[in-house]
Write a protein that binds this ligand. Structure first.
Ligand SMILES: Cc1cc2nc3c(=O)[nH]c(=O)nc-3n(C[C@H](O)[C@H](O)[C@H](O)COP(=O)(O)OP(=O)(O)OC[C@H]3O[C@@H](n4cnc5c(N)ncnc54)[C@H](O)[C@@H]3O)c2cc1C
Length: 279
């Protein structure tokens, strides 16, 4: 029989994770769907579970000079309503699920689920987000891009959990997020795009592009972004064909029930154009 543990504090979580072989459940909005059986029948978890959503210590959003810290049990709705959180991340959360799901679901859960269509991931990659990961005897920090190892694969030991999502503070002049889905709420992305730009003396100082659901990982290529630094405003606006060309080898969507690869590739090109037109 499957056992369910309910943690009331971070210490509880870390002790249980250390002693038992459990799978973490936060909001449960992915876990319950992935383990559902038939209508009206209890969820069929395959392993023991640890419910963490009552852990108050991880329900805070704080800041210091350099970063914003989002606790792992903060709900998406709590994050959406907090002005410390960068606008582009709130823009992506606003398009996730529906208000009812957002009151339960967490950002740590979206990360832990490691789906190529996870909507927050595009913005978190764009913002160079890091994770604080704890076990009973260690705390480590890891860039999100290194934590996600593949579809539903993450770099997390059995006795570890994500405790905070850390977002560096950066001021951009322009940020842009678009989720392309069949309808406004409760829709899984066909693809998503995030862009950010900072200019200095009319020249590009920092430019970032991230694409979701068009490869196993979110596509973000530093080497392409670096080629564009120092270009003036008028020139960068006219460079869409060149930039689309740079990304074409990395945007490798698949055909599935939500969309097909031709459509996804074409829309990525249109979104690059749309972002550059806003400069
Ligand atoms: C109707 C519906 C609509 C949805 N719409 C969207 C959408 O538009 N966009 C989107 O991206 N997603 C969507 N989802 C998926 C889901 O809501 C999100 O992925 C959500 O962020 C998951 O958070 P959770 O807290 O419920 O995770 P859970 O289901 O509790 O956990 C998900 C995974 O993360 C792990 N995990 C959770 N917390 C931690 C932690 N602290 N440390 C380590 N691992 C952890 C769990 O072990 C599990 O593997 C939708 C789901 C539903 C049911």
């Amino acid at each position: 029989m499957v056992k369910a543990f309910v943690a009331k504090s971070l210490d509880d979580c870390l002790n249980i994770l250390n002693q038992e072989n459990v799978k973490i459940v936060a909001g449960g909005t992915d876990m319950l769907i992935q383990n559902r059986t038939h209508s009206g029948i209890a969820i069929g978890f395959k392993t023991d579970v640890l419910y963490v959503s009552l852990v108050d210590e991880l329900k805070h959003i704080t800041e210091d000079k350099s970063n914003i810290y989002i606790g792992a049990t903060c709900s998406l709705e709590q994050i959406l309503e907090n002005n410390l959180v960068p606008k582009i991340l709130r823009d992506s959360i606003l398009e996730m699920a529906s208000p009812a799901i957002r009151h339960t679901a967490t950002l740590a859960g979206n990360i832990g689920n490691a789906s190529p269509a996870g909507d927050s991931l595009v913005c978190l990659y764009l913002l160079d987000a890091k994770l604080e990961i704890k076990s009973i005897n260690s705390t480590r920090y890891q860039l999100l891009k290194d934590f996600i190892l593949g579809v539903r694969k993450i770099d997390l030991a059995k006795n570890e959990m994500i405790t905070k999502i850390i977002i560096p503070k950066i001021n951009f002049d322009l940020v842009y997020f678009r989720k392309v889905g069949p309808r406004l709420s409760d829709a899984i992305s066909k693809l998503s795009f995030a862009g950010a730009l900072r200019m200095e003396n009319n020249l590009v100082k920092d430019i970032r592009f991230a694409f979701g659901a068009v490869n196993i990982f979110v596509v973000r290529r530093r080497e392409i972004e670096e080629k564009l630094i120092g270009i003036d405003k008028k020139t960068i606006k006219d460079m869409s064909d060149e930039i689309i060309g740079y990304y074409s080898e990395f945007i490798k969507p698949i055909d599935d029930q939500r969309s097909n690869k031709l459509y996804r590739k074409e829309v990525c090109s249109n979104l690059i154009k749309e972002f550059l037109e806003k400069i």
